[in-house]
Design a binder for this molecule. Structure first.
Ligand SMILES: [Zn+2]
Ligand SMILES: [Zn+2]
Length: 301
């Protein structure tokens, strides 16, 4: 990781992350094979996990411990993506203590939504071309496409490296962000082993498979549902909308029209009744002095 030190100057330092990603790609046996395996995993595993979960509920094999584990895993990992990858990393809505930054990005990495830098660059493209040509996931190309088609088709992973990195010029210079992105798969592997050791397959089922399925579809609903259904408070020039039920599933990300209106705000739920768990968590961390420079929109701003 030292080779990505920000102390290096000029074009060499900028080229290093590009060189790293290109080298990583050259190590992959076959991009086509990897894509097919990924598609298979994304399509098959969630389907099996959901079927098993429904069967277990039907047969009353589910215990309160399973449900508690699901929630205990879901909330911090969801916050890792929504507060960490999205509000902190992509939009720079607040600054955080290094320990908070580490914990929140490790949690986000466990959502199996790819590396932090890749996630941020895809999302910045979405804001740059919202519902226009170039948007990675607009429902104008079809609701299913916006929800998961763009992922299972492999298009999300097919961005040209140089193009991808051009959306995150400062993130790619930060050695911590390069490091956490390079090893983004490690936390979920460790979690999987711990779940199996301490609870066997039931823990893996509820804490990993089913939790990931719910988490992925919740995130994807922000790309599909909140660009199709709900109310527009602000004339943002795109199809973004506010959705109460998506906000509940995503710890506050459903207030998507508010977000498109003021992307840098750490606060997405602007009215008192717009539940935004992310914003409450950020306020608590701010009160503890663990995050600062919090940008917060209001209804009148
Ligand atoms: Zn959007
Ligand atoms: Zn955003």
């Amino acid at each position: 990781m030292g080779q990505y030190s920000s102390s290096q100057s000029g074009a060499a330092a900028v080229q290093r992350p590009v060189a790293y990603l290109n080298r990583l790609r050259s190590l992959v046996p076959s991009a086509d094979l990897v894509q097919k395996a990924l598609v298979l995993a994304v399509v098959i595993i969630p389907f099996i996990a959901t079927a098993v979960a429904v069967w277990q509920v039907w047969e009353r094999y589910v215990t309160w411990r399973d449900i508690a584990l699901l929630i205990a895993m879901y909330v911090p990992i969801s916050l890792g993506v929504t507060a960490g990858f999205h509000r902190m990393l992509t939009h720079r809505s607040f600054k955080a203590h290094p320990i908070v930054r580490f914990v929140i990005l490790v949690c986000g990495s466990m959502a199996i939504e790819g590396a932090a830098i890749t996630w941020a660059s895809d999302h910045l493209k979405h804001h740059a071309f919202s519902d226009k040509p170039g948007d990675p996931h607009s429902p104008r190309e079809g609701g299913f496409w916006a929800h998961m088609g763009w992922v299972i088709s492999g298009r999300a992973m097919h961005n040209v490296t140089t193009e991808l990195l051009s959306y995150v010029p400062d993130l790619r210079k930060d050695k911590f962000h390069i490091w956490i992105s390079k090893y983004h798969y490690v936390p979920i592997v460790i979690l999987a082993v711990l779940l199996f050791v301490f609870g066997g397959w039931p823990y893996v089922m509820w804490g990993l498979f089913f939790r990931t399925t719910v988490g992925l579809h919740s995130t994807w609903l922000v790309n599909s549902a909140t660009h199709m259904w709900g109310k527009q408070r602000f004339a943002t020039g795109d199809d973004s909308r506010n959705s109460f039920w998506v906000a509940l599933l995503t710890c506050g990300e459903g207030w998507h029209n508010n977000h498109h209106s003021q992307p840098q705000s750490a606060r997405h739920g602007l009215a008192w009744y717009e539940i935004d768990l992310n914003w409450y968590a950020i306020r608590v961390l701010s009160a503890l002095g663990l995050v600062w420079d919090v940008k917060a929109a209001t209804l009148t701003s």
